[in-house]
Design a protein around this ligand. Structure first.
Ligand SMILES: [Mn+2]
Length: 429
């Protein structure tokens, strides 16, 4: 399969633009800059608020379906990071960053004036929140900085409240070979989409990530599989850079932390996570604002789409090894009738998975290309990740997804079979 990253065209063959000459590059914060191209107040013509191209949105905590040859992204942090660390060798997925790694990252940042940030495609709260928080911190210490992510380039509706959107530029406007690039929350270079080739050409590449499945790319690696979110690592980097947390920086980090801990509900919610959350609240974050924006609001049409989806839900008590399966669909015509965009549908699965009688919950969501993005959840006894991998997607034991064409009933037949294969269903002894 062609790697789109290798065939991406770039609008900037000449390398880094002149300082301040490019929309999205902020001027150093300590330099007074009038509004206009390159200035701090210039959002640039490149970010189109409200635009959402394509429909491959990821859900909080759920990896997008993997494509062949694509490094698989586990969107959910490790299930059980140890509360206290017994030592690097015992870490799942590898040791946390060493002092030397932090020192190298800080040194690279200190000596570079212009820095490009990139997060994974179809960014979630951790990817975008961490990236924008770091971008604002870098501008605060005098760097010119821009941020982007590979196509489809469009900020999901629920993330448009995040401060720092003025840092965003379309991926085609990212310099072809940045002096320093920082990758955030991407488990592999392929997860950078069209910016993967840019990362390859960068003079230096710092990778900040917390996925156990991280492929090991990047010259300087701040990768800690035990971290609940990339935001945890970004906060430490910001601290080491000596930048105080202001409210806007803290809000991005908090959005990342809240997203990847499922609102502080997942097992990765350690005492350290709450300590960090406390520091972010001290810096001015309003938790009710973040959670309302992320999860607790939707247009009225969404309620009607949800009602349709729930009214069609089917409970199959014998499926999933007799533990029960509940599933439904959200069609494109459902959405079109209510003018609800695809990226508003992330909460449907959270209603379905409450079903007491079903271990596994599934929502088939028809995207704008007519394919079905199939979100799955289990309560822990069934490994839906394995089933989704078998069907060409990816995931975690309790949250996974795949994309498939065809009729939903046929897709569910295949999923039901995958959940039946040896190892697909594991019941507690
Ligand atoms: Mn993350």
């Amino acid at each position: 399969m062609n790697d789109p990253a290798e065939t991406a065209t770039h609008a900037e063959p000449g390398g880094l633009p002149e300082p301040g000459a490019r929309p999205g590059w902020g001027a150093p914060a300590r330099t007074a800059t009038p509004p206009g191209p390159g200035g701090l107040t210039d959002p640039g013509p490149l970010l189109r608020p409200g635009a959402m191209y394509g429909s491959a949105m990821s859900e909080p905590g759920v990896p997008p379906a993997a494509t062949p040859g694509t490094a698989f992204e586990v969107g959910v942090p490790p299930a059980q990071p140890p509360a206290s660390r017994p030592g690097p060798s015992a870490e799942p997925g590898g040791p946390p960053p060493a002092e030397l790694d932090w020192d190298r990252a800080v040194e690279l940042i200190r000596r570079t004036d212009e820095i490009c940030l990139a997060c994974h495609v179809s960014p979630d709260g951790d990817a975008l929140g961490s990236m924008l928080a770091l971008g604002r911190a870098l501008r605060a210490c005098g760097k010119r900085c821009l941020a982007s992510f590979g196509e489809p380039f469009g900020v999901p509706a629920i993330l448009r409240f995040l401060p720092g959107q003025e840092l965003l530029v379309e991926p085609a406007r990212v310099p072809r070979a940045p002096e320093l690039m920082i990758s955030l929350d991407a488990a592999g270079r392929a997860r950078l989409g069209s910016l993967a080739a840019t990362a390859d050409r960068a003079g230096a590449l710092i990778v900040i990530d917390h996925h156990a499945s991280n492929t090991g790319f990047g010259g300087v690696r701040l990768v800690d599989p035990a971290a609940a979110a990339t935001a945890v690592l970004v906060e430490e980097l910001i601290r080491r850079l000596g930048v105080p947390l202001d409210r806007d920086i803290a809000q991005g980090l908090y959005a990342g932390l809240a997203s990847d801990t499922g609102s502080f509900k997942y097992p990765c919610t350690t005492p350290e996570v709450h300590d960090l959350a406390g520091r972010l609240l001290t810096a001015g974050v309003r938790p009710e604002t973040v959670s309302r924006e992320l999860w607790d609001r939707a247009p009225f049409g969404y309620l009607q789409v949800l009602a349709s989806a729930l009214s069609r839900a089917r409970l199959e008590r014998d499926a999933a090894g007799g533990l029960g399966l509940v599933w439904t669909t959200v069609t494109r015509s459902d959405r079109d009738a209510r003018d609800v965009p695809y990226d508003q549908l992330e909460g449907v699965i959270d209603q379905l998975r409450r079903t007491d009688e079903a271990e596994v919950a599934v929502v088939c969501k028809e995207n704008d290309r007519g394919e079905w993005y199939v979100s799955t959840r289990s309560k822990g006894s069934v490994d839906v990740g394995r089933a989704c991998v078998e069907l060409g997607g990816g995931g975690h034991r309790t949250a996974a997804a795949f994309t498939m064409g065809g009729e939903p009933a046929w897709i569910i037949d295949r999923l039901r079979a995958a959940l039946r294969v040896p190892g697909g269903v594991e019941t507690d002894d």
